[in-house]
Design a binder for this molecule. Structure first.
Ligand code: DQA
Length: 148
C-alpha cells in the first residue's frame, strides 16, 4: 500500500485556466491534477486530489488525512486554501488538531500582491510554504514531501 499525498484546493481554484490567467496562468485544475499524478507516480506515492469552495469540506479532508497519518499511511498534505488562507481560523485548528505534516501552497506570489494577502493564518501550522512558482509548485511540493 503506497503512502498517500493529499492535495487539497480551496475556493475558486476550480476556475483555474480562465480565472485571472495573468495571475494564475492558463493551466486548468485538471492539468494540475495530472502534474500531481505524475509527481506522485515518480515517488511511488498515492494521490488524493480534491477541490471545494466550502471551508468545511476542506476541514473534513484534513481530518481524513489525519486518520491516514495516525495509521502511518500519510506522506503529507499540500493545501492551497485560496482566500481562506487569509480568513480561516478553523483550517489551522484542523491542521494542529490532526497533526498532519502540511505544506501550504500558493500559485501566485502573494507577497507581491494586495496587503490583505500577505497574512496567512495557515503558515504557523504548516511545515513549509511554497508560493509564486505557478502550478509547477504543486509538483515541487510533492517532491519535497516525498522526503518527509
Ligand atoms: C492563492 C492566493 C490567494 O490569495 C487567493 O485568494 C487564491 C489563490 C494562490 O494560489 O496564489 O485563491 O492561494
Amino acid at each position: 500500500m503506497p503512502r498517500l499525498v493529499y492535495v487539497l484546493n480551496g475556493p475558486n481554484l476550480n476556475l483555474l485556466g480562465t480565472r485571472e490567467p495573468q495571475v494564475y496562468g492558463a493551466q486548468t485544475l485538471a492539468d494540475v491534477q495530472r502534474l500531481c499524478e505524475a509527481a506522485c507516480a515518480r515517488h511511488g506515492l498515492g494521490l488524493v486530489f480534491q477541490q471545494s469552495n466550502h471551508e468545511g469540506a476542506l476541514i473534513d479532508w484534513i481530518h481524513e488525512a489525519g486518520r491516514e497519518h495516525a495509521a502511518g499511511r500519510l506522506a503529507g498534505v499540500v493545501l492551497n486554501a485560496g482566500a481562506y488562507t487569509h480568513t480561516s481560523i478553523a483550517l489551522p485548528d484542523a491542521i494542529k488538531g490532526t497533526g498532519v505534516p502540511l505544506l501550504e501552497l500558493h500559485i501566485s506570489n502573494v507577497f507581491a500582491r494586495e496587503a490583505f494577502r500577505h497574512h496567512s493564518w495557515i503558515s504557523p501550522a504548516a511545515r513549509a510554504v511554497v508560493c509564486g512558482l505557478g502550478v509547477a509548485g504543486y509538483a515541487l511540493a510533492i517532491d519535497a514531501l516525498a522526503q518527509w
